[in-house]
Ligand binder design. Structure first.
Ligand code: NAD
Ligand code: MG
Length: 388
């Protein structure tokens, strides 16, 4: 494998920092050439000093001067703002762009990277939820690979190796069930953000952790899988597997099922995407059967956890509906984290947006951006009117 230069969008986050560990472990194979962060300037500065990228981008323009002066002794270009993200992903020295930023903010830089012919290691699932069809069309046009980082999608991707001519009958996306698995709506009406931020198996950024508690994360992953693997909605099923050892399953037309398993550790899918198609030796902890005498499975409760049902509905409706639920969810989660919205009210906001935002059957990029904006404005209005 020749050395790969990587641009990490969102290097200060959960995926970004784990990706830097993978890069650090394989200095002859990987080099971080671009690091970016939205507001954590201190961590971005220390990462830049340690990894010596050619470029850093700080999203929050008010922090530009402090990052610039902290790095003035180094040969590191410092940029700021969203446009800069779209520029740095297109640089000649970049081979792969790891999209580890959160939310639909990932859409424009991902499209910019694809346009410049860069392969994408995709953690930022919201981009595919918002505009999967468009992203796929662009990726095809520019001949770039979209390599999944999300553990379930990496699992499916790994199960499909060598099966290029064998049609998939269906996939099972596994879900941990989150911290509130088995709880009633009555219970959920009283939970706080502190409860919701305690994920049983994974340590992740705040937004995806809340999405895991509401099962919206699984809903977003269903939509993500549709676009990554070109599946019909009827071919996608979700199964709750609380131990998070089986990361997902592919069932072929002869009924054979392939599963990918291992301890829950995002470094593995990150490494697989960056090194694809090679597998790199590492010393990550190995799975021990004796410590897991039981792997269990159950049906997801979409009556209590309505967001998962909304995601299936949005996928069925198509058009800009997945974009609507994503934007409504981003606002709802942010407001829940700001203590301005209850846990169950997050679903109410999404449901309301699904009925109120104008439906577009064949949206283009401008339409998606407009839908995203319109939905956010409307969702925020809803939250303002809530008595919480
Ligand atoms: P995080 O909150 O820990 O980190 C987000 C990163 O993106 C930070 O570096 C932040 O500075 C940057 N960022 C945030 N908002 C931004 C904006 N508007 N513009 C530019 N940069 C911005 O999030 P995370 O848990 O690392 O998740 C990142 C993405 O990966 C999400 O889409 C998430 O769904 C996906 N993902 C995460 C995990 C996980 O284990 N954390 C697993 C699967 C998928
Ligand atoms: Mg996942």
């Amino acid at each position: 494998m020749s050395k790969r230069n990587i641009a990490i969008l969102g290097s200060t986050g959960s995926i970004g920092t784990q990706a830097l560990r993978v890069i650090e472990e394989n200095p002859t194979l990987f080099k971080a050439v671009v690091l970016t962060a939205q507001s954590n300037a201190d961590l971005l500065i220390s990462q830049a000093i340690k990894y010596q990228p050619a470029y850093v981008v700080i999203g929050d323009t008010s922090k530009y001067n402090s990052v610039k002066s902290a790095l003035s002794l180094y040969n590191i270009a410092v940029l700021s703002g969203l446009d800069a993200l779209c520029d740095v992903v297109q640089l000649d020295e970049v081979d792969i762009v790891l999209t580890a930023l959160v939310g639909s903010a990932g859409l424009k830089p991902t499209l910019a990277a694809i346009t410049a012919g860069k392969d994408i290691a995709l953690a930022n699932k919201e981009t595919l939820v918002v505009a999967g069809e468009l992203v796929n069309a662009m990726a095809k046009k520019h001949g770039v690979k979209i390599l999944p980082v999300d553990s379930e999608h990496s699992a499916i991707f790994q199960c499909l190796v060598g099966e290029e001519n064998n049609p998939v009958e269906k996939i099972y996306i596994t879900a941990s069930g989150g911290p509130f698995r088995g709880k009633t709506s009555e219970y959920l009406s009283t939970v706080t953000k502190i409860d919701a931020l305690k994920h049983p198996n994974w340590v992740m950024g705040a937004k995806i952790t809340i999405d895991s508690a509401t099962l919206m994360n699984k809903g977003l992953e269903v939509i993500e899988a549709k676009w990554l693997f070109d599946l019909d909605i009827s071919q996608i099923d979700v199964i709750v597997h609380p131990q998070s050892i089986i990361h997902s399953i592919v069932q072929f037309e002869d009924g054979s099922m392939k599963a990918q398993m291992g301890l829950p550790d995002m470094k593995l899918p990150i490494q697989y995407a960056l090194a694809y198609p090679e597998r790199l030796k590492n010393d990550f902890p190995r799975f021990d059967f004796i410590k897991y005498p039981e792997l269990t499975f159950e049906k997801p409760d979409t009556v209590t956890f309505r967001n998962l049902a909304f995601a299936f509905e949005a996928l069925k409706v198509g058009g800009n509906m997945p974009c609507v639920i994503n934007a409504a969810n981003e606002v709802a989660v942010a407001e829940f984290l700001n203590n301005r919205l209850g846990f169950l009210q997050m679903s109410e906001v999404i449901e309301n947006c699904m009925t109120k935002i104008s439906f577009l059957n064949n949206p283009n990029l401008e339409d998606y951006l407009e839908t995203d904006k319109e939905t956010r404005v409307y969702a925020r209005e809803l939250v303002t009117n809530y008595k919480y």
